[in-house]
Design a protein around this ligand. Structure first.
Ligand SMILES: [Zn+2]
Length: 62
């Protein structure tokens, strides 16, 4: 379970939700062609996903 202070995880989940919500309503993004509105949302999610996974793998190596 994520700690309440786990800001990265919360931002990651929020970005995932934003990205998913946008794609559900956007034919261009469903086809894999990021629209001008969706591109920053998906990029933000990708960045946070990278950061979160990098942190996870660091923790597992300990
Ligand atoms: Zn879109």
């Amino acid at each position: 379970m994520a700690k309440p202070s786990d800001d990265l995880y919360r931002r990651y989940m929020k970005a995932f939700q934003d990205s998913t919500n946008h794609t559900n309503d956007c034919a261009a993004c469903q086809a894999g062609q990021d629209c001008p509105e969706g591109a920053p949302i998906h990029q933000r999610f990708a960045r946070l996903q990278d950061a979160y996974r990098a942190r996870q793998s660091k923790q597992q190596r300990r």
